[in-house]
Design a protein around this ligand. Structure first.
Ligand SMILES: *Cc1c(COP(=O)(O)O)cnc(C)c1O
Length: 434
């Protein structure tokens, strides 16, 4: 099917489909993208007049819903006053204030905030911090990272190298990626022993360990226990290895606490945040370093400075948006709303367990998951959701929900029930009626 629409759609929107190269998309065969003309609350308004309940918060970002007036107001005020200024040699109140607030919110002594514009880059910066922290101490040859099967940390070259080697793009980009050390998550005594043996076998070359906390997101929404995260922290402590915890998906309430690390009671050496940081309005990310990590860079020699500086780092409008988002976490009951979403999953997701072929149904915080044996004819399933008025984006072998925290009980129940019903109808077609 050609994805070139010749006619103008309402609102003057003309998706020509020829010049815009879309993400993870085979442009030759893909169905046309749905034109969105506006969005408010939890609803996406399409050019053809339909509206969809967003069940995935626009790639896990819009936790306060779309166009929250407090964030929109803060951005507009800031853009009028100072829309951008370089952070080299200059500073501004929105970045200073946001850094201080993030330092206060983040667990333990995570006190030093380095801004950038995307999650992947924040992970790259965390990795550079780890590598350079050794160089600054005169220790050479520590350049590799230990990461975990099932993990996801971004799409850039270095972050691809710490993603799951099978799920990720390793095979495709083999040869151009740094070779990292991939471990299974230490979930029992046997896997813990293997993890620790791996750390010891590569002792002289490891720069640090990278993990998502308590849930591997893009790797398939796989939950793991706080105990596992504590095991990873303890193994790093015993060997003096920096631990990078990637809270890009979990940060800002996703699992019911502000950061997932809190649930395990651990403090990383560097924590990365992005996605919900600006409430899904403007791109912004940060690598937040502990006092100990920062001290490795606190030297008289200029050469010991952290060698990084993205052009748009700490953009004032993005920082104003993030400050406004944090205001909303203070003023409105966001974490209670996450608890209500979790309670609705507990009531309404279990019936999905008898969907033909279903492998697992699970939930935690704002994340609800129906795991299937696979998702053949994914386009048909995706279209089924749109026809039913919900925006749900299954991937890999899972159908999952991660709605904005502000979703009303009524919309939430409708979203969950619709998701289960559409998945069931599709599964009955593909896996038989049981
Ligand atoms: C989304 C995500 C990233 C990448 O963030 P981008 O902003 O897409 O570069 C990294 N780590 C985790 C855990 C993520 O969920």
């Amino acid at each position: 099917m050609s994805n070139t629409l010749k006619t103008a759609l309402p609102g003057g929107f003309k998706p020509e489909g020829r010049h815009l190269w879309r993400p993870y998309t085979q442009m030759k065969t893909a169905q046309p993208a749905l034109p969105v003309v506006s969005a408010g609350g939890v609803r996406l308004n399409l050019a053809d007049g339909r509206s969809l309940i967003d069940g995935v918060s626009s790639w896990w970002t819009t936790v306060h819903g779309y166009s929250h007036p407090h964030i929109v107001g803060a951005i507009c005020d800031q853009v009028e006053r100072l829309s951008h200024v370089m952070l080299g040699g200059l500073t501004h109140a929105p970045a200073e204030r946001l850094a201080a607030r993030l330092a206060a919110l983040a667990p333990g002594d995570l006190d030093h905030v380095f801004f950038c514009e995307s999650g992947s880059v924040s992970v790259e910066i965390a990795m550079k911090m780890a590598v350079q922290s050794w160089i600054n101490r005169g220790v050479h040859g520590r350049t590799r990272f230990v990461c975990f099967r099932g993990g996801y940390h971004g799409d850039t070259i270095a972050t691809m190298s710490v993603c799951d080697p099978e799920e990720g793009m390793h095979a495709l980009f083999a040869g151009s990626l740094p070779q990292q050390i991939v471990a299974d998550l230490p979930q029992d005594s046997e896997s813990t022993a293997r993890f620790e043996a791996l750390l010891d076998a590569h002792a002289h070359e490891i720069a640090g360990v990278v993990t998502e906390p308590l849930v591997q997101g893009a790797g398939g929404m796989r939950f793991f226990s706080p105990e596992t995260l504590r095991t990873i922290r303890a193994a790093c402590d015993a060997r003096g290895l920096p631990l990078i915890v990637d809270e890009i998906m979990t940060g800002f309430g996703r699992l019911g606490t502000m950061f997932a690390c809190e649930k395990a009671g651990i403090v990383p050496d560097v924590m990365t945040v992005s996605k919900a940081l600006t409430g899904g309005t403007l791109p912004l990310a940060a690598a937040i370093a502990s006092r100990g990590m920062f001290e490795h860079f606190w030297r008289d020699e200029a050469s010991a400075a952290l060698m990084h500086g993205p052009t748009y780092m700490g953009n004032p409008a993005a920082c104003a948006a993030a400050n406004a988002s944090l205001d909303l976490f203070e003023r409105e009951p966001r974490l209670d709303q996450v608890a209500q979403i979790e309670a609705a999953y507990a009531r309404l997701l279990p019936p999905a367990r008898d969907i033909p072929g279903v492998v697992d149904v699970r939930w935690q915080g704002a994340i609800g998951v129906i795991e299937m044996p696979g998702l053949p004819e994914l386009d048909a399933l995706k279209s089924g959701f749109v026809e039913a008025g919900v925006w749900v984006r299954p991937f890999g072998n899972i159908v999952y929900l991660m709605p904005p925290y502000v979703i009303s009980q009524e919309d939430l129940e409708h979203l969950i029930r619709t998701t289960v019903a559409v998945t069931r109808a599709w599964a009955e077609h593909h896996f038989g009626a049981g």
